[in-house]
Design a protein around this ligand. Structure first.
Ligand code: GRG
Length: 293
């Protein structure tokens, strides 16, 4: 199977399972359920859930045991996008190629839609089968600590407070470690845990996620200045208009590209303890470095 076929097949499985987990669009109150489905099925890349499944496979586990945590991570990710787009945060009109949630349903419903997605993500996570090494408490701790005030929320706070200020490279790394890298790492770790991974394998995937997450963000910052709104499906040039410090604004475009390559190589090197089973993860890392949207 080519990587493209693999990604398409996994994304279809994830969408099918998420469809079953989410309330129906006609369930009352219909507005919130329609809004949840509008944002979840808007054509995201499904990178985080795919990483969760590929991590499970890399640790010798099954896709079926990793589907619940994979979907839970995608729901947490989608909540963060809905809230990030709100006027009180990044104030964006476009996401995943469509008008943002608050543009379609209004701010009140968009706030509640994010809240519902986050809350339901825990319901979905609770469906994860436990393993010899990892019990329910381990899965909850991993997931909740990623979404909490020391990671995603904390990163968002640093991001908000950093607007229109000149941040150092260290500040920038701290923000993206807490946001992008933390959620990617959580997806990988939950997949590994669903496969009863050894502590050494879990550690290898943690390092992989850290470097891959930072590389992903460097590339995201580059694309924000080099691609069009049409291609990205979200407003291009947003970082600059918000006075945000980004990798290109700190390092310049050329050095940012080199940094993305360096981080991707470091991510791939971290996979060594997983052997041949981690080939898909390596292919995903390589394709993310070359992505254009
Ligand atoms: C709790 C409001 C709140 C935020 C938490 C993660 C986060 C912090 C905010 C998300 C907003 C954001 C733009 C984060 C940067 C990470 C990033 C580049 C997200 C976009 O991910 P893709 O490209 O999106 O994988 P798709 O739409 O393909 O899923």
């Amino acid at each position: 199977m080519t990587l493209k076929e693999y990604l398409t097949a996994r994304a279809a499985e994830i969408d099918c399972v998420m469809d079953g987990f989410l309330p129906g669009a006609k369930d009352r109150p219909t507005t919130i359920h329609a809004a949840m489905r509008y944002v979840v099925f808007a054509g995201g890349k499904r990178l985080r859930p795919v990483l969760c499944l590929a991590a499970a496979e890399a640790c010798g586990g099954s896709i079926s045991n990793a589907l619940a945590p994979a979907c839970a991570v995608e729901l947490m990710h989608t909540y963060s996008l809905v809230h990030d787009d709100l006027p009180a945060m990044d104030d964006d009109d476009l996401r995943r190629g469509r008008p943002t949630c608050h543009k379609v349903y209004g701010e009140g419903i968009a706030v509640l839609c994010g809240d519902a997605l986050l809350t339901d993500s825990f319901l979905v996570l609770s469906q994860t089968p436990t393993t010899k090494r990892y019990g329910t408490r381990d899965f909850i701790t991993e997931f909740a600590s990623t979404g909490g005030s020391k990671k995603l929320i904390g990163g968002q706070v640093m991001d908000l407070e950093g607007e229109r200020k000149k941040l150092t490279r260290r500040d920038l790394v701290r923000i993206h470690e807490a946001k992008t890298a933390a959620l990617l790492t959580c997806a990988l770790r939950l997949g590994a845990m669903s496969a009863n991974a050894s502590p050494a394998k879990l550690q290898a995937l943690t390092q992989f996620g850290h470097s891959l997450g930072l590389a992903f963000q460097v590339i995201d910052d580059i694309l924000d200045v080099t691609q069009s709104t049409d291609v990205l499906g979200k407003t291009a040039g947003k970082d600059q208009s918000f006075g945000k410090t980004t990798y290109p604004s700190v390092l310049g475009l050329d050095a940012s590209r080199k940094e993305a390559t360096r981080l991707t190589r470091s991510a791939m090197a971290a996979l060594k303890p997983l052997g041949k089973k981690s080939v898909r993860l390596e292919e995903i890392a390589d394709s993310l470095l070359r992505r254009e949207y």
